[in-house]
Design a binder for this molecule. Structure first.
Ligand SMILES: Cc1ncc(COP(=O)(O)O)c(C=O)c1O
Length: 395
């Protein structure tokens, strides 16, 4: 036994306290049973099931062979920053300079840097819920208080602007929105974002928008916060290739922000990362410039899966799901079965070996829901629907 009295930082202690995550228990059990060889269907995780398109893969290999395996500038490789700035300039009335772009190791890393640069421990941020689970550890690590605002579940999880405004307290520094949204697949309308950006600006608040599902939309094209906002000096956009390009494991994302913030983000990036891999950034720049075909192919497949799942679920007794406008998930209201999402997910898994995430894991407004991921092929989703149907008949 060691007699060393190990002390950890308050940040580590806050993360320890968050380690118990009962909403993911079903998923953990599903992984265990799969390892043991059982026939389980995993509908929990939002990691694209597609392989990274071979052209991108080839580009990375070529870059590696060409010796692009050294340090890169802390703010990112110029070619990637330029490719991103060009897209931003094309999709928004506000021209974007490469100096406003900073490259990070995925959206998570980018979000961490943004929060750490804008918000001190003890200060707060307004965030709609249900929200992406990955935000919580960031807030906890940094000691940021979250002021959650329910999305309007009955209006397909529409953002409630007056409620967002009312949530601001002394010590609030920012709002974080996510469009298209995880878990609800909601898209925030341009005029809502414009209003919120103007309100935040008046109040001296930053408005941060996580747009990692921007290319997986079904009902209409994505409008970015930068495109919607009249002024951009208080807005920050975070995006990544993880979802749209099936590149979650490549760990590549970025921020677009006013230049003074970008400089500070790059300094923090230098402290914690010292530059992303050159060959990955080369492949990312290539991916963004050549993505017309394969992004569309994946989008259409997600759309077909969404339609299959929504129609199948709505035909089952006690289940109800609205049609998500975008993203990789379907939120299913299970209250008609007389159970909440947590009980439903546990029982469904026990009885039928189908794992879903209880909606409460994303916030209290998700209590009556389970989230189902579209990152499984249609045959698997059809099998899952059959199992769910027989579970509902013989629970
Ligand atoms: C809304 C949202 N933001 C960020 C992320 C994380 O993105 P990345 O893998 O690029 O860190 C996810 C992943 O599920 C997500 O759903």
């Amino acid at each position: 036994m060691s007699n060393f009295n190990a002390r950890y930082s308050q940040s580590a202690a806050r993360l320890d306290a968050s380690a118990d995550d009962s909403a993911w228990r079903v998923h953990e059990r599903a992984l265990e049973r799969r390892r043991a060889g059982d026939d389980v269907i995993l509908l929990c995780i939002g990691d694209p099931d597609f392989d990274t398109p071979p052209l991108i893969f080839g580009e990375a290999l070529g870059a590696m062979r060409a010796g692009r395996t050294h340090y890169s500038p802390p703010a990112g490789e110029p070619a990637l920053r330029e490719a991103i700035a060009e897209i931003e300039s094309r999709t928004s009335p506000h021209p974007c300079r490469p100096e406003e772009v900073v490259v990070f190791a995925g959206a998570t890393n980018a979000l961490f840097a943004v929060m750490a640069t804008l918000i001190d421990p003890g200060e707060s941020i307004v965030v709609p819920e249900p929200m992406y689970v990955g935000y919580t550890p960031i807030f906890q690590a940094l000691g940021i208080e979250v002021l959650p605002v329910p999305l309007l579940a009955e209006q397909n999880f529409r953002l409630d602007i007056p409620a967002m405004q009312r949530a601001v307290r002394p010590g609030t520094r920012a709002m974080l929105i996510n469009t298209p949204g995880n878990p609800a697949g909601n898209m925030i309308e341009a005029d809502q974002m414009a209003d919120l950006a103007a309100f935040c600006r008046e109040q001296g608040l930053w408005l941060i928008c996580d747009e990692v599902y921007s290319m997986i939309t079904f009902s209409r094209r994505h409008t970015s916060l930068r495109a919607a906002a009249q002024r951009t000096d208080n807005v920050v956009m975070v995006d990544a290739l993880s979802k749209s390009h099936a590149m979650s494991g490549w760990r590549i994302g970025w921020t677009v922000s006013p230049e003074p913030l970008a400089e500070r983000l790059a300094r923090l990036g230098m402290a914690m990362l010292f530059g992303c891999s050159q060959f990955i950034q080369d492949a990312a720049a290539f991916a963004l410039r050549n993505d017309d075909v394969y992004v569309e192919k994946m989008r259409l497949e997600y759309l077909a899966r969404r339609d299959l799942l929504v129609a199948g679920l709505n035909a089952l007794p006690g289940l109800r799901c609205a049609v998500p406008d975008a993203g990789m998930f379907v939120m299913v209201d299970v209250s008609g079965t007389g159970q909440d999402g947590l009980a439903f997910a546990e029982r469904l898994f026990d009885a039928a070996g189908v794992s879903t995430v209880p909606g409460v894991g994303f916030g209290p407004s998700g209590r009556n829901y389970v989230r189902i991921s579209l990152a499984q092929d249609r045959a698997t989703l059809a099998r899952a629907l059959e199992r769910i149907a027989s579970f509902l008949v013989h629970p």
